[in-house]
Design a protein around this ligand. Structure first.
Ligand SMILES: Nc1ncnc2c1ncn2[C@@H]1O[C@H](COP(=O)(O)OP(=O)(O)OP(=O)(O)O)[C@@H](O)[C@H]1O
Ligand SMILES: [Mg+2]
Length: 458
């Protein structure tokens, strides 16, 4: 058991928590949810006593042991080792921050099963709705500095919160209607001597009516739009026989494909290292062992790497950070406007990049990509740390992007609404199909091809 008592924490004007009191009980798995930057990782750190809140304290049962898995940007293998360490020795309280981000589907299924059987207290942060539905018995929602706990999984929470919202809207409408009636009466009769007393008493009634102000949610949509400086010509990208071995493992084996105009290609495959390696090669960050690739002369490409911590090591504030990637003539006011649209307004623009949350870093990386104004976008798991609002904004911006997109994502909906073509990297070569993602997943022909290729590789 772990208790948060009277927790409050603010960074400048940004109030993360105020009067938070929660008891997390054994046998329950709490999904901690909230927008990017709401304070999920910070709250886990407070529970783990890594961060001292402004007020309040944390209490745990006597002799209870807490194990933590932090939100990280580690590679798959490191992440698995850290996860194994966290789960080892049956801790009493398990704190997990986005544990599925760097896992493949098999490891995710294994973790779901582990958490399902785990008898002690789990508090887990994740933006993955499917995972949350599988493992959570309760949802703890951070919004407006409060944490509200609901019994049930994510879908249940969503329905309950929608219901609550509708109820509040209906109540407010009743109050507004009543207020309008009173106003009409007062206007008509306040100069009428015989009714003026009634009008006065109604004025008093009107003053008592207060509409409960209804901040629907602190969740917001960033403004994401990629505008290429020029359209792509006919030759986009030709990849010819690319092979790569890393640490003795053949990661890419003789990969060839040609990207066509307006292609939006999802790269699939259970080995995420294969996809990342291919992207690193075509982005010019890694040499292939064999084979070659060629971008067309009209193409300017920009790359969103999955692992981007390296971009945030300097101690710049967000304005300085952004201006590194802006046209030289632009200055602070440009940066402030740009950052505001990416949900860093006012004081936020002066934050240094080392304090940013996972999703805030991704918003910065997307800003950098928007400023590049390229006509070919390469994105490696851009949806990983983003909240639903930001995923939706990114999804729409890529749907409307008129040129070429090469990407990977674990978000089914995101992939499905975007692609005209799927390239799956298997150990025995690629499967390359011009079709929607759903069609690809359902195709018996593709399943058969994959099976044959796996056999061939074994
Ligand atoms: N030392 C600090 N100084 C100022 N602001 C900070 C500091 N540490 C964290 N923040 C801010 O507090 C907010 C909460 O950060 P936190 O990492 O807890 O968010 P989160 O809910 O985990 O978000 P995400 O979903 O993006 O991971 C962010 O806006 C972050 O920039
Ligand atoms: Mg976080």
């Amino acid at each position: 058991m772990i208790c948060a008592n009277n927790i409050a924490l603010a960074y400048g004007k940004q109030v993360l928590f105020k009067d938070v009191n929660i008891m997390f009980k054994p046998g329950n798995c709490y999904g901690l949810i909230g927008a990017n930057g709401a304070g999920k990782s910070t709250f886990l750190k407070i529970l783990a006593r890594e961060i001292e809140p402004d007020t309040g304290d944390i209490s745990v049962g006597p002799k209870e042991r807490i194990a933590v898995l932090r939100q990280d940007h580690f590679a798959f293998d490191t992440h698995r080792v850290l996860l194994a360490q966290a789960l080892f020795g049956n801790p009493d309280v398990l704190l997990l921050d986005e544990p599925t981000n760097n896992l493949d589907i098999h490891s995710i299924a294994w973790l779901e099963d582990f958490l399902y059987r785990f008898k002690n207290t789990v508090i887990v942060v994740s933006h993955d709705r499917h995972f949350m539905n599988q493992v959570c018995t309760h949802i703890a929602d951070i919004d407006f500095g409060k944490i509200a706990v609901y019994a049930g999984n994510y879908d249940f929470w969503y329905q309950a919160s929608q219901l609550h919202l509708n109820q509040k809207q209906a109540d407010n409408k009743k109050i507004t209607d009543r207020a309008n009636e009173l106003k009409t009466f007062i206007q008509r009769f306040s100069s009428n001597a015989s009714k003026s007393r009634q009008a006065t008493s109604r004025k008093k009634l009107l003053e008592k009516l207060t509409i409960e102000d209804m901040p629907v949610s602190s969740r917001n949509y960033p403004f994401i739009r990629f505008t290429p400086e020029r359209p792509c010509g006919n030759i986009i990208l030709e990849v010819e026989g690319v092979s790569k071995t890393i640490d003795g493992e053949i990661v890419l084996d003789n990969v060839s494909f040609t990207v066509n105009k307006n292609d939006k290609i999802a790269f699939m495959g259970s080995n995420s290292l294969a996809k990342t390696t291919l992207f690193q090669i075509i982005a010019g960050e890694m040499e292939p062992d064999k084979g070659s690739y060629r971008w067309g002369t009209t193409i300017s490409h920009s790359y969103f790497p999955k692992e981007h911590q390296g971009y945030f090591n300097g101690n710049l504030n967000l304005i300085e950070w952004l201006l590194q990637f802006a046209p030289p003539k632009e200055g602070e006011s440009f940066a402030r406007t740009f950052l505001g649209r990416m949900l860093f307004s006012g004081e936020d623009a002066l934050k240094t990049t080392d304090v940013l949350s996972g999703g805030e870093k991704v918003r910065c990386m997307l800003s950098r990509m928007m400023l590049a104004r390229s006509n070919a976008l390469i994105l490696d798991e851009p949806t990983n740390h983003l909240d639903l609002e930001s995923i939706t904004a990114l999804n729409n911006s890529l749907i409307h992007f008129p040129e070429v997109v090469l990407f990977t994502s674990h978000d089914h909906e995101f992939v499905n609404t975007l692609v005209n073509r799927v390239i799956e990297l298997t150990p025995a070569g690629i499967i390359d199909r011009l079709m929607t993602f759903d069609a690809y997943v359902e195709s018996a022909e593709v399943a058969k091809t994959r099976e044959l290729m796996v056999k061939k590789a074994a």
